[in-house]
Design a binder for this molecule. Structure first.
Ligand code: NAD
Length: 254
């Protein structure tokens, strides 16, 4: 199997042990990467710190991407501790509940801006900060959902938000290709996480995915982590701009 030994990985988006980011961090660590893990705020720290310590994270820092000074401070710590960065995992999204639960047509300008900023523009900001530290190349990963392509009931405005995230992935992959920095998006089928519990009728979405997927299996955070670890490896260095489905084939079914 490929090795990530000696590689330095920043993972943003661990809230608990069901987070997709935790699945990614665990798999990166299992392949030998050294980890930096962030937590959203003081309340989140008590859940995230023990998980980060379990994975021997060398850097554990706060990061709310709505606070530019925290983004800068995090990268100062990474620069001082490691000097370089090889892997960035961006596994975060946010939309105010009232906008998430309404029709796309009724989404407020403020809610739309906030959802785009936290879920999409933050990926650009983190990549921009990572770029100078990836002088030997690197891997940037985000997490999307196929509601970007097809209308998925109750996914609402997060569909257009994920469409923007996937487009950003392609454009930035084109911009950073000559630096051997790959930019990809993982696109798992639905799985029960804290963020997902904010989507209306999510249990029905889970049941439908398990029924319709050819494998009849929901994606697990281990499935997603394994793919993330592969994409972070030297063996995957020529894979960029990809939106990788990890959904038991759910998205191919009409
Ligand atoms: P999660 O709740 O475990 O993770 C979401 C993370 O976003 C949390 O750690 C939260 O702290 C973080 N976050 C929110 N606002 C933030 C901010 N301002 N600054 C920094 N971090 C912030 O849920 P998850 O399902 O693991 O979500 C991770 C990603 O996966 C999201 O982009 C989500 O849209 C995507 N995704 C989830 C599913 C699913 O079914 N769960 C499917 C496809 C894609």
């Amino acid at each position: 199997m490929f090795s990530l030994s000696g590689k330095k990985a920043l993972v943003v988006g661990v809230a608990n042990d069901q987070s997709i980011a935790y699945g990614c961090a665990s798999a990166l660590r299992a392949q030998g990467a050294d980890l930096a893990i962030t937590y959203l705020n003081d309340r989140a720290e008590k859940y995230v710190r023990p998980l980060a310590e379990k994975l021997d994270a060398e850097i554990i820092e706060p990061l709310d991407v709505s606070m530019p000074e925290q983004e800068a401070a995090l990268f100062d710590v990474i620069r001082d501790t490691w000097g370089t960065l090889d892997i960035l995992v961006h596994s975060i999204a946010f939309c105010p509940k009232e906008d998430l639960h309404g029709r796309v047509i009724d989404c407020s300008a403020e809610g739309f801006k906030l959802a785009m900023d936290i879920s999409v523009h933050s990926y650009l900001r983190l990549i921009r900060l990572a770029e100078p530290m990836m002088a030997q190349g690197g891997t940037c990963l985000t997490v999307s959902f196929y509601g970007s392509e097809e209308v998925v009931e109750d996914y609402n405005v997060m569909g257009p938000v994920k469409a923007a995230l996937e487009s950003v992935t392609r454009y930035v992959a084109a911009e950073l290709g000559d630096k051997m920095i790959s930019v990809n998006a993982l696109s798992p089928g639905p799985l029960a996480t804290r963020a997902a519990s904010g989507i209306a009728h999510f249990d029905e979405m889970l049941a439908d995915a398990a029924k319709r997927a050819p494998t009849h299996q929901l994606a697990s955070i281990e499935d997603i982590g394994a793919y993330a670890a592969f994409l972070a490896s030297e063996e995957a260095r020529n894979v960029t701009g990809a939106i990788v489905k990890i959904d038991g084939g759910y998205s191919i079914m009409g």
